[in-house]
Design a protein around this ligand. Sequence first.
Ligand SMILES: Cc1cc2nc3c(=O)[nH]c(=O)nc-3n(C[C@H](O)[C@H](O)[C@H](O)COP(=O)(O)O)c2cc1C
Length: 317
Amino acid sequence: MKKVLGISFGRKLQTTDVMVKEALLQCKQAGHEITFIRAQDLDIKNCTGCIACVIGLNSGRTKGECVLKDDFHILDEAIMEADAVIYGCPTYETSPTGLFKTVCDRIGPSHDLAFRKVATDERQAAGRPQSELPDPRALKPRVGAFCSCGGALTKNWLAFMSPVMYEFSFPLGIDIVDTFDYHGGMAYNHVVGNTSVIERMARMGQNVVEALAATDEAERTRWRGEHQGVCPVCHCNLLTIPESGEAGKIECPVCGIEGSVTLEDGRLKTAFSAEQQDRSRLRYGGKLEHCIEIREKGAPPGQIPDLEQRLDRYRWE
Ligand SMILES: Cc1cc2nc3c(=O)[nH]c(=O)nc-3n(C[C@H](O)[C@H](O)[C@H](O)COP(=O)(O)O)c2cc1C
C-alpha cells in the first residue's frame, strides 16, 4: 500500500475537486491510502523573496525551512509523506490561479531535489548527524499526474495551464506520468454531468496506480498521457523560437532544452536529442545544472563597491 495525495486548487465540490477526487478514488480502490487537500482551505502566504530558505540550505546552516508562519507546513508534510501526488487547478486568465503560483513559489528552490541532494551529500561527507540533514523523504522517488479545467469552449483559453503546472512537480522531482486539460466546462452545470471527463480522470487514477506498481525505472516513469505533445519530456505543445531566428532551432520553455524543427511532406517535425532531454529541468540532470549555476556563479558580496551610494537615488517610498 502506497500513499497518494490529491491537491485541488479549485472551489469546494466544484470541477477541480471532483476531478482530483475521481482519480484518488481509483487509487483507493487499488488499495492505496489517499489524502485530499483543498489548497483554498489553507492560509498560504506569498513568498517574499527573502531567499533565507535556499541560503540556509546551501550554506549548511538550515534544512531549507521557510521563515513565514502559516499553513504551508501542512502541505509540505503531506507532500513529503506521499508516494504519488495528483493535483488539479482551474484556469484563471489562461493560466493557473494565483494560489497555485504561490504554492509553487513556496516549494521553490528550497525543495528542489538537486539542492536537497547536494546539501545531503555535503553534510554526510562532513560527518554531520542525520538530524542536521535535509528531510530524507525529499529524496524518495514519486510519481504524479495533474489536471486542469476551464470554462472556455476553445482550448487556447487554457494555453498556459500544463506548462505552468509543471512548476509544482519539477522542483520536487515528481515524475509526471499523465496530464489532462478539461476545456469547455461552461457547457455543463457541473463536471459530474460530463461522463467522458469523469472517465478520463478515472484513467488518470489508474495510470498513477500502474506507475506505483512498476518494478523498474523506465516503467515507473513511462508517459501514460493520452496525447504525445511536441516535447518528448513534458509533452506540452509550447515552443520558443530563439531570438537569433536561426533556421530550424526551437526551445521547449517548460524543460529549457533545445531542439530542431523541419518541414517534411508539408508537416512540421520536431526533434530533441537524448542528451538535451536529459538536461530538462524535469529530470535530475537539468536540476543539477541549475543548482551548480546558482552555487558557483552568484555574484560575491562587495562586487559593486559603491552600491550604497548608487542606491541613494532610489531611496524614496
Ligand atoms: C478569475 C477567473 C478567470 C477565469 N479565466 C478563465 C480562462 O482564462 N479560461 C477558461 O477556460 N476559464 C476561465 N475561468 C473559468 C474557470 O476556469 C472555471 O469556472 C473552472 O471550472 C473553475 O474551477 P472550479 O470549478 O474547480 O473552481 C475563469 C474563472 C475565473 C473565476
